[in-house]
Design a binder for this molecule. Sequence first.
Ligand code: MN
Length: 245
Amino acid sequence: MAELTRRDLLGTAALVGGWFALAGDTALGQAPPARPQGATGGPYTLPALPFGYADLEPYIDAQTVKLHHDIHHAGYVRNANAAIAELGRVRQIGGQEVRQVRALTDRLAFNLAGHLLHTIYWSNMTRDGGGRPEPDSAIGKMIRRDFGSFDAFAGQFQAAAQQVQGSGWGILAYEPTARRLLVLQAEKHQNLAVWAAVPLLVLDVWEHAYYLRYQNKRSSYIKAFMNVVNWKNVDQRLRAATGAA
Ligand code: MN
């Protein structure tokens, strides 16, 4: 799992093959693109969903999952690949072109953070999810140690997601310097990032993540999300981050 997490963080997860497995598993009756977007255009690739579009019903609807993954996430992958290629190009040319580095770095930060957070978000959810982590799991123990109780954690996490200003994320992260869990927020994808903190559980609160089903009721979507959390995945991510995998 350490390898998987490291790859996720580097944004080069080679999760390509699943597209074809997914093709027979779409509730909406439309096959995904024949090739993952970005696969030929750079180092970043759109990962296959680890579930069918309708598998998170009724909590997260199939149409939202399909648009979110196939259009929004694919766009971040495409634009991250374009930004990193363009950065390389202007640095090689030098001269006046170097003036573009600031804007291109901003574009890479936004799109690559978007790609990586979405990749974690999909893996964080499952149709058999929800509830609480196993009490004896690494994540179960650390949540109790750092927040006092699961309910205290869940309250902080949901409040952080609810209070994101504009578009962004609620995040449970492992901070390796203090060796503790933190509840964080991200605005857009990259703003408020804490360097070196490893995201374990991420909740997308951009309107594209919930508006079709929940309209303006972000809090209803946040509550619903807690019913699909894949705590085994969160536990694996923590064990990889702490080197205990
Ligand atoms: Mn999103």
